[in-house]
Design a protein around this ligand. Structure first.
Ligand code: ATP
Length: 360
């Protein structure tokens, strides 16, 4: 994670841990007695990104844009419809459950709901110790000792071993979930809105814990959030999703200070983020209407139905995700804050380096 507010946040240079190419998940819609497929929910529709070892890569977007589905694909709780997921150089996109099992200790997920994700009938000891049992991992001093060490690591007491989830507050329950996630020392943790169900006063404590653990164990995070303010301080890079697609990826400083996609601009305008340049707050942009249905998304640029900058080209030509500045990619025909000044005029293509080719 990056700890300076406006320092030089160049994208982390390091070993690639995860590489995602053309990732899709379409959920079939079936109807009638014969359960014929009548359509599909295009929850995730062609994502390309990489995650570097040790970084925090955040996925942000409104409800329903496909963040959780992406997280579940990365942890292979779901099987992709298309595309590839390469983890540590190995294609895990279609590994069977059996072949995936040894990898489960390397790739873990923290869930949003600290209430629903813990079995109320199991003791904390049983919950946090479950991964050792599932993976048949023996620890030097025994599972109980390992669990108690994990509880201390996440700021709980070893004496909590025999207690039940209902005896804890929301923040403490999330710590129990984090202890379970850490048990087998994963390399990649997908954290799906890990603090959004918690009291605002507790959120920072849990975020700080995640940061401390990252430093101690060189963890890599894919952090999922619906609002840009939550991940502002913890992200190295941020990808903004809209209706199953990534519309912008940039390092933290570029994204918050020089957003290029109008959707990112709108998201940023909706959260109280201090203006580091002292030019006053951002103008609030109110998006018209709801997010369209992922069953029948708008053609070409999916955001065009809600975009105040949309022109004819946005309705007919899908803008590819292009690198418009170092480490900064956006999929827009009329991007904001492009180096070199004005956005292009109606119908003209912007300049950039193709990162992903548009869908055929
Ligand atoms: N198992 C499923 N079957 C059918 N549709 C699904 C399934 N899971 C998710 N969807 C749909 O896929 C789309 C993306 O959902 P997803 O939960 O990934 O979005 P999200 O951005 O995480 O939203 P939220 O913040 O509300 O969790 C939504 O339209 C959702 O209804």
């Amino acid at each position: 994670m990056t700890d300076t507010e406006s320092g030089t946040a160049t994208p982390p240079v390091g070993e690639e841990l995860l590489a995602v190419t053309g990732l899709k998940k379409h959920f079939a819609i079936r109807k009638g007695l014969l359960q014929r497929q009548t359509g599909a929910v295009q929850a995730v529709d062609g994502l390309d990104f990489t995650v570097t070892r040790g970084e925090t890569f955040s996925l942000v977007g409104e409800s329903g844009c496909g963040k959780t589905t992406t997280g579940r694909l990365l942890t292979r709780l779901l099987e992709p419809t298309d595309g590839t997921i390469v983890f540590e150089g190995r294609d895990i996109s279609h590994l069977s459950e059996g072949r995936m099992r040894p990898l489960r200790k390397d790739v873990q997920m923290i869930f949003q709901d600290p209430y629903g994700s813990l079995n109320p009938r199991h003791t904390v000891g049983k919950i946090v110790g479950a991964p050792f049992k599932l993976q048949n991992v023996k620890t030097p001093g025994g599972t109980k000792k390992a669990v108690q060490e994990l509880l201390e690591l996440v700021g709980l007491s070893p004496e909590h071993y025999n207690r039940y989830p209902h005896e804890f507050s929301g923040g403490q329950r999330q710590r129990i979930g984090i202890a379970r996630t850490l048990a087998l020392r994963p390399k990649l943790i997908v954290a799906d809105e890990p603090v959004s169900a918690l009291d605002v006063s507790i959120q920072a404590q849990v975020v700080n814990l995640l940061e401390d653990l990252q430093e101690e164990f060189n963890l890599t995070y894919v952090m999922i959030a619906h609002d840009l303010s939550v991940v502002r301080h913890v992200s190295d890079r941020v990808a903004v999703m809209y209706l199953g697609k990534i519309v912008e990826i940039a390092d933290r400083v570029s994204l918050y200070e020089k957003p290029m996609h109008p959707y990112t601009l709108a998201l940023l305008s909706a959260v109280p983020i201090p203006d580091t340049k002292g030019k006053g707050g951002r103008e609030r942009i109110r998006l018209q209407g709801d997010v369209p249905s992922p069953i029948n998304p708008p053609p070409a640029c999916r955001f065009h139905t809600r975009c105040w900058k949309a022109q004819d080209i946005c309705k007919t030509v899908e803008p590819p995700l292009l690198q418009l500045a170092p480490g900064h990619q956006a999929a827009c025909h009329f991007p904001e804050n492009q180096a070199g000044g004005e956005a292009p005029k109606t119908g003209t293509a912007r300049q950039g380096t193709p990162i992903a080719t548009p869908e055929s």
